[in-house]
Structures are given as C-alpha cells and as structure tokens.
Write a protein that binds this ligand. Structure first.
Ligand SMILES: O=C(O)CCC(=O)C(=O)O
Length: 284
C-alpha cells in the first residue's frame, strides 16, 4: 500500500515508483514464461497478433520488441494483472472499481531495444474522466542505462499536446515547442512497479546497455471512466477486475484530442511512431 505522502506525491507529480511489489518467485516465473514465449517467436519472421518484432529479428536470433497482449497468451500474466498488491495500490489512486483497457510487455532488449517516443496515453484513448493510469511491472532492474521510463513531472495537469503529423495520428508528441529538459527517471529494482497518470508525458530511450529491460504494462481505469469511442456493453463489462459495471459514465471537464484521423501505420506504438521524421528526445 502507498502512504498518504506517496499518494499526494503521485497526485502532484503524475507518477511514482514502488519497490518490492512482486516477490522474487513471482518475477522468476514471469521471466521463465517470457523466455519460452521468445523461443516461440523463432517460428515467425514478421510481427503478428502476439509479437511485435524488432527490425533485427531472425528465427536464429529472436528479437521481440513487445508481446502485445500477454494476458491473452499465458495465465500468469492474467494472475498478475489481478495481483492484490497491485490492485490495492491502484484503488488508492483511482478508487475501488477498477477495469483494464490494455496490457503489453515491452522487452527493450540489450543493445537493440527501441525507444518509445514521448507521448501521453490519453492521446491514444481519451475517456469521460481521467482516473486512469498505467502500472509497469519491472521484470528486470530498470535503470538509466537500459532505458528506464522517463516522465515529465506535473504534465498530467497540462494540455494534451499535438500527436499528429501531416494531419494523421502519429502516436508521439509532434508539438515543436515540446521540451523534455525537466523529465525525471523512474529507476526500480526487478519486482518494483512504476505508475504514471494517463495524461503524463512519458517515453524511454533505446537500451544501449548489455542488460535487458522488460517492463510489463497494465492499464487500469476507474470503473466509471468510459472511452469516448469504440465501446460496447459486453466489452466494458468483461474489462472489470474489481467492482461492478454501471451504465452511468462520470463526465469530467478534461482536455481531449481524438486520435483521428487514425494512424497510417498500425500494429503497435512502435509501428505508429515510425512515421516520425525525427526523434522527440532532446539530447540527454
Ligand atoms: O516501455 C516503455 O519504456 C514505455 C512504454 C509506453 O509508454 C508504452 O508502451 O505506451
């Protein structure tokens, strides 16, 4: 559980990091299952519905960039998205009724792991209110060297920056005036979790180290936060992890830019962001 100070800090800054949420044994099990999945990826040469591959991937030398929906692929991931240690923390930040609107495992392999360009998750999935956050479960120690998550403090209270290029959604900040000089690192040991608000500006640099950085990301929404597009009752109902669905979305005055017209490149955030003409990172 978070202390009141930690809750206040999250509300003020829009992010936090918590050590030792998962046990060593839980992390070991997640790693073993992930290793087996990477072995499976030897059977494919192009990204599919399960794997997003790094450009360097070959069957002899598998290089997975992301497992797209791990909870659909192995029950251990479904257990961890419902982990009471995680959900108890999430409930402190967005309330007792919790549903999920996505999950992914970003691999960030040693030497080749791709950057995730600066973006706000809210630009991808605006809702009726912004009691939404992402929890990143560290399968490895997450450090500056292996491409830890970076967040701009207090950006969750600001505007939604432009994420469009040539009129189409580009999945990354394209606002020329964006400056990342205030960004802060979230560094954690394996078993720790990062938490960032859905409107917080965040991204991560490529992994140039010899240590991989696998981050299992779970998106959690308050039960009364409804997406502004693409929802049906069965999908909404089945997304609940705690509490009961209710047909009364809570409407809050929040800034919104719809991710429309849609991206010219789909598949994953990495694919979408390949449309960019230059990196969104200032030299660090
Ligand atoms: O893996 C990371 O460092 C960032 C993940 C992220 O923001 C995303 O996949 O949307």
């Amino acid at each position: 559980m978070l202390t009141q100070l930690e809750i206040d800090s999250y509300n003020e800054l829009g992010y936090t990091g918590v050590q030792n949420v998962l046990t060593f044994e839980e992390v070991q099990e997640l790693r073993a299952v992930t290793d087996n999945l990477v072995e499976e990826s030897r059977k494919i040469t192009v990204s599919d519905e399960v794997f997003d591959l790094e450009p360097e991937h070959t069957p002899d030398s598998p290089k997975v960039r992301r497992i797209k929906s791990p909870i659909s692929v192995h029950p251990i991931f479904d257990q961890i998205i419902r982990h009471s240690g995680i959900l108890d923390i999430v409930a402190q930040l967005i309330g007792p009724d919790i549903r999920t609107n996505g999950n992914k495992l970003n691999m960030k392999l040693s030497e080749v792991g791709s950057a995730v360009e600066w973006h706000q998750d809210w630009a991808f999935y605006p809702h009726t209110n912004d009691d939404i956050l992402a929890v990143g479960v560290c399968l490895d120690d997450m450090t500056k060297e292996n491409g830890c998550l970076l967040v701009v403090p207090e950006s969750h209270k600001g505007p939604i920056l432009d994420h469009h290029l040539d009129g189409y959604f580009a999945g990354a900040v394209t606002d020329e005036s964006f400056d990342d000089s205030d960004a802060k690192k979230i560094e954690l040991r394996a078993g720790g979790v990062s938490i960032h608000h859905v409107r917080a500006l965040h991204g991560s640099l490529p992994n140039t180290s010899s240590n991989q950085r696998r981050l299992l990301l779970f998106q959690y929404c308050a039960g009364d936060s409804w997406p502004l597009s693409g929802i049906d009752w069965d999908g909404y109902k089945s997304s609940f992890l705690r509490g009961q669905p209710a047909n009364q979305p809570r409407l809050v005055d929040v800034p919104v830019r719809m991710p429309l017209p849609g991206s010219k490149r789909t598949g994953s955030i990495y694919e979408t962001q390949t449309i960019l003409e230059r990196s969104t990172f200032s030299k660090k």
